[in-house]
Design a protein around this ligand. Sequence first.
Ligand code: PLP
Length: 448
Amino acid sequence: MAKNKEQNQANYNMRTRMIDGSYGSKHWEYNHHIVPPMSASCAYRLDNVQRGAEGFAHFANPEDIDSLPIFIYDRLDEPARGMLEEKLACAEGGDIAVCFATGMAAISAAIGVTTKHGDEIVAHHTLYGCTYSLFANWLPRQGITTSFVDLKDPSAFWSSITCNTRVVYLETPVNPTLDILDIASIKKSISDVNATRPKGREILLIVDNTFATPFCQRPLQFGADMVVQSLTKNIGGFGTDMGGAVIASAKYQRDLLLYRKDFGGVLSPKGAWPILVYGLPTLAARMVNQQKSAMKIAHFLEGHPMIEKVIYPGLESFPQRELARKQMFSYDGTFAPGTVIYFVLKGNQGRAQKAAEIFINVVAKNSRCITLAVSLGQIRTLIEAPYSMTHAALPDDLKNAIGISPGGIRLSLGLEDWHDIIADLSRALEETSADPSNYCDGAATAGS
Ligand SMILES: Cc1ncc(COP(=O)(O)O)c(C=O)c1O
């Protein structure tokens, strides 16, 4: 018997599945809408008390429910966000996704449902500044402490694990240094520890997949227990809405939903809708083009006399190129090194910082296609100085030790024509070298 469209879904490529104009969602039957409707109702009419009671019972036991959800109140569940969650789970290869107001709310929830007072986290030493601050400043108040270690080094992993360790947490590629952490091998070490632990005390692996997006990397497939995403970045893609998500196996759904209900950091339907309608469906097309630009620009920077080093997982010179190829690939298996470049201008520490400041300020003043702003993964190319901006929360000596140099520059490629991006970078480098307040070793001639 011929299969219908929904049964056939799995035969289509992910790029198609993120776009298709008709599929049955258990959250809302919208087979006759090409674009799903945006819901805007804080509360839902209930026909009788029994239906209300059934709705609450359903919410508390989501894994038992096969029927259509009974909507009660936006903070519990609502259709637009629910449809986005189905698509996100599919994109990351998880059973479920639960969306939050921001990436940080999603990270807090992932930690909130997996740890309690007295537990310990082992985290890679380089993390997005606010994640670092959450772990270093806020979680200790709840009796949850973190060891920041180099998870590239297996011996650092082993020496940091204690009987109280409950979570191993990492980003890969790491923001902003783009180090790659080997998810499968870290998971193997965790599994070796777990083999000696009682049930319920296993260590869980949580991976922030924001930099890669599910287009470039799917950590669940390498053994991660949970993936967190800032939807504000590449998945949202247009820089108009904030959001976050935790993607995991079904056994975590109940706790994540209950946590979200009680802590309240829920993604609004009006925030979910653009990510569902514009963001996720265009993720693959944007990533392909932005990666192409990233590669062109990384090569340009690498060949420029004013540049000390360029870090981009797609470059031959990238120190962990083999691991990047093993771990970062799109749905069809093509190497997918992402859309962010990190580079440092020439000069010793103090002067490199000065040069970077002058350079970024020139870009901010004169460039049409590169914008000085934090965030990343938008259709606009964004530039920033992580040392003093996004990673300001990390202590200076830690930043210096882990390769976030005062002169480091993060560039997130957008969809502009790459020729224009190179032209703007080239002009800004030339102006930087001509600026009398700057001095760059070995950079007498700029441009190329
Ligand atoms: C790697 C990473 N994770 C999480 C976040 C937090 O996301 P949001 O700003 O949506 O809270 C960011 C923000 O820049 C990030 O870069």
